[in-house]
Design a protein. Structure first.
Ligand SMILES: C[S@@+](CC[C@H](N)C(=O)[O-])C[C@H]1O[C@@H](n2cnc3c(N)ncnc32)[C@H](O)[C@@H]1O
Length: 251
């Protein structure tokens, strides 16, 4: 099994795995941040868009949406969900756009898929170039120093006569620029259980390091990872929402 099965062979199960995520609240929160900090424009790009759940909500808010993802099976599902969306196969660490955007988002910690610091910097630089004047880049992130290797989440869903159990956990070995997202799927039909596990290599960094990487390109505001209210990051939480406003003269 590849380290990426969930986004390829098993992509049909992705939305089941995310059934508990409140995509509407996440999208509303980014929309509010854009209303407060942004330029009022409606051209939106979702990086690592997956099956397009955020795009569906942004379209409802009147945005003209595009999605970029590195796995075609995820984009196929996104297009089924959002036939009016424009979906492109590509790497968020090396992309260009014909027309710039007003708002670029990247959710579910997907910016960490950049994999290493050099690629993360490329992603940030590409995103800066892809934004219009006053454009906003909004994403969530996890601080490597707050990862608890003993924590994991698990939930189960009944679907088509099977019970699916999905697990996820972060792993950081305490040093370096790599962390892992471990995902597992158990599918039980009658008394037969099939199991899959994915290990996704991701970039690890602290929020201080992340702010320093962003600072030449953006005015950066960091908020608590709450989607129903706006609260400045308390400097303690290990999850946060980054709202980055394009600086015209990146230095
Ligand atoms: C956890 S899913 C998030 C999908 C969606 N944003 C959501 O919130 O449900 C991560 C997505 O990132 C995509 N991905 C991973 N590495 C990528 C890269 N370098 N460039 C673009 N997409 C990438 C995967 O294919 C997958 O669809």
């Amino acid at each position: 099994m590849s380290d990426n099965a969930l986004y390829t062979d098993l992509s049909g199960y992705y939305d089941l795995m995310c059934a508990d995520i409140n995509y509407q609240a996440q999208s509303n929160s980014a929309h509010r941040f854009h209303q407060i900090f942004g330029n009022g424009g409606k051209r939106h790009l979702d990086l690592a868009c997956g099956t397009g759940p955020h795009i569906q909500h942004f379209q409802y808010e009147g945005y003209e949406c595009s999605g970029l993802d590195i796995n075609q099976p995820m984009l196929d599902l996104a297009l089924q969900r959002c036939p009016d969306g424009l979906f492109t196969l590509g790497n968020m660490c090396d992309y260009t756009t014909a027309e710039p955007y007003d708002l670029i988002t990247c959710f579910l910690y997907s910016i960490h898929y950049s994999g290493d610091l050099k690629s993360l910097k490329n992603c940030i630089e590409s995103t800066h170039k892809a934004l219009k004047t006053g454009g906003v880049f909004c994403f969530n992130s996890v601080d490597k120093n707050h990862i608890d290797n003993n924590l994991s989440t698990k939930h189960s869903v009944d679907y088509e006569n099977s019970v699916f159990s999905f697990g996820s956990s972060w792993f950081y070995r305490g040093e370096g620029e790599k962390q892992t997202l471990k995902l597992s799927i158990d599918k039980t039909t009658l008394d037969q259980t099939q199991q899959w596990t994915d290990e996704h290599p991701m970039v690890a960094l602290s929020f201080t390091e992340l702010q320093n990487i962003l600072a030449p390109y953006f005015d950066v505001h960091v908020f608590e990872h709450e989607h129903d209210k706006i609260a400045a990051w308390d400097q303690l939480s290990g999850n946060a929402i980054f709202v980055c406003i394009k600086k015209e003269n990146a230095n």
